[in-house]
Design a protein around this ligand. Structure first.
Ligand code: T1G
Length: 697
């Protein structure tokens, strides 16, 4: 391990360099020597000014998240900032890479900040279910103004160096060497003489808000409306409001109380679990750092429908040229027109510039000929979900694609090994299962075939990172991880309705938990006819959903499904016709309807889903429980404040879940309730899924 803190001199300027790989997290290991060095430099008469810089790929990326939940060793970050704020000689933070969370708070303890042009600055604590706990909610508003600071703190999204400069968050951007620029900058400040204003003393950006909080309140209401049960965004709002209304030290004290309350809460534990789970998911057995991914310069996508178009956009958005193949000119033109329309909507919403749109559109080429895919490094098939159709496509790809090209299928259920068997190169075939809308949804289920080569997996993983997706590698089974568990979650929904629950009651339980929508509203959004066609093709039935489809109620697309959607609105409204249909179906089956509690709805939807997750772990379709959490949070809207189904199961307690599964198995005889061996074992030992892989939370 390198020396965590080194001090060098450039004349009267002292340069303090922090070095705690990989991201200079502010572990105690770094804080203690840093505080000691700062004290020395403060009292050293030969030192005129101080530069705070970091070695490695980034400035401080925050407090050390692995230290949360443990007794905090002093000096803590607030002590460090307090020490910095006793300096009467000027101090400057030299920022490169990402100054995040406690890292930015440390920089706000300096008199000045100089940034590298590519630097990013942010307070992402809200994504960990907490808020900035070392003065960020009190100091940032003093530099940016309360409304801008509120948006930055509640979104957790970092700003660029350019935005930071124009907003007053940094004082200069280095054209040449960052540290050299910072040394010159602070030497000039020292020469010019003090006093040097601390951020905490700045008030000019708060004055206006003190007299009129309208803009702040409007922004706050908007954010609170979207919080969906998460506590951290609301605490952020109150703490930033305090920065305007209260004296600095009082605001700081209350910020700390918010922090202490949140960091020990289940929501933050869940979100910290997801932070580490996302990084663990990228560590795949047999695909170590030594396995080199193949170079992907051009991508082909087969099928320009909803999925194909979204997948193609993901690549163009990352600057990778895409060839889109369709069977007819009409289909191709329709697909390209939809893509263009999507970009136009983004421009009209201001989330994309006209110039960026033009650049992205220029990366698309369309074709009807497989020969035009010969020079693609990766080809992703997104055609109709039927095995024979997919095998035909892969046989053609096998004939035209160059050796070494990666051949991927976007299948959401089917056996990737069987698809690969249609080629002479199954080792180059992999599943890359995107989620709709593919240019928006973060999750990418990478399906590992029995013969898929390690470097093909490495390629899929690195492509995922390039196009901004969260990858999870899964094995082959029907529906892989996400859809297989989705089926288990839905297995008893119809009976719940027949026995007395209503669609709005069931969906209400899910939105109350923090899901964006419940299973019935989701069915209406996706189109009930999709499931209906597949059930009919496989000789299966669903009493209520089939009856709705026979009545032409396909969901949002027909203005009626489980809900009513008046005049093209997307807001579901309970429909007495559906309630009557359900009662009639129950009567026909002699089902006695009764009160159904919210707890029962959870037990008959989430518990079988968790149980299916345990089966998936037993079969090693997923490598670890946290991978399943990442799949559900990034692909199916599982609330981040609950950490994903397996983390949620541990919070709930496996013994209770197994007991209830046994109960419903006894009552219904349905296999989805038969507790998996792993569930019973862990429950019997008083353990949880986290015990299967160790936890950093
Ligand atoms: N603490 C501990 N470990 C961390 C860490 C952190 N803050 N940040 C990263 N790591 C580990 C990570 O788990 C991984 O480990 C390795 O570093 C590389 O990370 C008081 C309370 C900086 C943008 O939320 O967003 O400050 O898997 O794979 O893709 O107000 O890491 O190799 O064993 O992500 O290049 C606020 C968190 C903390 C930023 C780099 N800060 N980090 O991304 O690498 S709360 C954050 C990131 C706080 C104060 C509060 C990213 C990154 P391993 P990586 P990357």
């Amino acid at each position: 391990m390198p020396e965590p803190v080194t001090v060098t001199r450039d004349g009267g300027v002292a340069i303090v360099t922090l070095d705690n790989p990989p991201v200079n997290a502010l572990s105690f290991h770094l804080r203690e020597p840093l505080n000691a060095a700062l004290f020395d430099l403060r009292d050293d008469p030969t030192v005129d000014a101080v530069v705070l810089a970091c070695a490695g790929r980034t400035f401080v990326a925050g407090a050390d998240i692995t230290e949360f939940g443990k007794p905090m060793l002093r000096p803590d970050l607030r002590d460090l900032i307090e020490t910095l704020e006793t300096f009467t000689k000027p101090t400057v933070a030299a920022i490169h890479g990402t100054a995040l969370g406690g890292g930015l708070e440390l920089a706000l303890g300096c008199h000045f900040r100089v940034a590298d042009p590519a630097a990013k600055l942010g307070l992402p604590e809200v994504k960990l279910g907490i808020l900035p706990g070392a003065g960020g909610t009190q100091r940032l508003p003093r530099l940016l103004g309360p409304v801008k600071a509120l948006k930055m703190i509640t979104s957790g999204v970092p700003v660029s160096a350019g935005e930071a400069l124009s907003g007053g968050l940094v004082d200069a951007i280095a054209e040449g060497d960052l540290v050299a620029t910072a040394v010159d900058f602070i030497r000039d400040k020292a020469a010019a003489g003090g006093p040097y204003a601390l951020v905490r003393e700045r008030d000019d950006k708060l004055g206006e808000a003190r007299t009129d909080m309208t803009a702040f309140d409007a922004a706050a209401d908007e954010i609170a409306r979207k919080a969906r049960g998460l506590e951290a965004p609301l605490a952020c709002i109150e703490s930033v409001r305090n920065s305007v209304l209260l004296p600095f030290d009082e605001g700081l004290k209350r910020e700390r109380q918010f922090f202490v309350d949140l960091v020990s809460g289940d929501q933050s534990k869940a979100q910290r679990h997801l932070f580490f789970a996302e990084r663990e998911a990228a560590k795949v057995e047999g695909v170590g750092r030594e396995v080199k991914s193949r170079e992907i310069r051009r991508v082909g996508v087969i099928g320009a429908g909803t999925m194909g178009g979204g997948i193609a956009m993901s690549f163009a958005n990352a600057g990778i040229p895409v060839t889109l193949l369709e069977t007819t000119t009409e289909a191709l033109e329709r697909g390209l027109a939809t893509i263009d329309r999507n970009y136009a909507i983004s421009v009209s919403r201001g989330s994309l510039t006209e110039d960026a749109r033009a650049k992205r559109v220029a990366l698309f080429s369309g074709t009807l000929s497989y020969d035009d895919l010969a020079d693609c490094d990766l080809v992703i098939e997104a055609v109709f979900e039927e095995m024979e159709v997919k095998k035909e496509v892969f046989a053609k790809l096998d004939r035209v694609c160059r050796p070494g090209a990666v051949l991927a299928s976007n299948t959401s259920y089917l056996d990737v090994d069987e698809i690969a068997s249609a080629t002479s190169r199954p080792e180059d075939v992999v599943g890359m299962h995107f989620f709709s809308p593919a240019n928006v949804m973060k999750l990418l289920e990478i399906v590992r075939g029995t013969r898929t080569r390690a470097d093909v997996l490495a390629t899929a993983l690195s492509v995922a990172k390039k196009i901004g997706k969260v990858p999870v590698v899964v094995g082959i089974c029907y529906g892989f991880v996400g859809n297989r568990m989705l089926q288990a979650r839905g297995a008893d929904l119809e009976d719940l309705l027949l026995e007395g629950a209503t669609p709005e009651q069931v969906d209400g339980v899910f939105t109350e938990l923090g899901f964006p929508m419940g299973p019935f509203a989701m069915g209406d959004l996706a189109g009930l006819d999709v499931g209906w066609r597949s059930r009919r093709a496989h000789g299966k039935t669903a009493v209520i959903a089939d009856a709705l489809c026979e009545a032409g109620r396909y969901g949002q697309k027909t203005g009626k499904g489980f809900y009513l959607y008046e005049n093209g609105s997307r807001t579901p409204r309970a429909d007495p016709e559906v309630a009557a249909l359900i009662e009639e179906k129950a009567r026909e089956r002699g089902v006695n309807r009764r009160e159904i509690s919210e707890q029962e709805i959870v037990e008959r939807t989430l518990y079988p889903m968790i149980n299916e997750g345990a089966r998936i772990l037993e079969e090693r379709i997923a490598a670890r429980p946290s991978d399943i959490d990442i799949v559900w949070v990034n692909g199916y809207g599982f609330p981040v404040g609950k950490g994903g189904p397996m983390f949620f199961a541990d919070l709930t307690g496996l013994q209770d879940i197994v007991a209830r599964l046994d109960h419903w198995h006894g009552r219904t005889g349905k296999d989805v309730y038969a507790p998996a061996g792993l569930m019973r074992k862990l429950a019997g030992e008083g353990r949880g899924f986290a015990d299967l892989q160790g936890s950093k939370v």
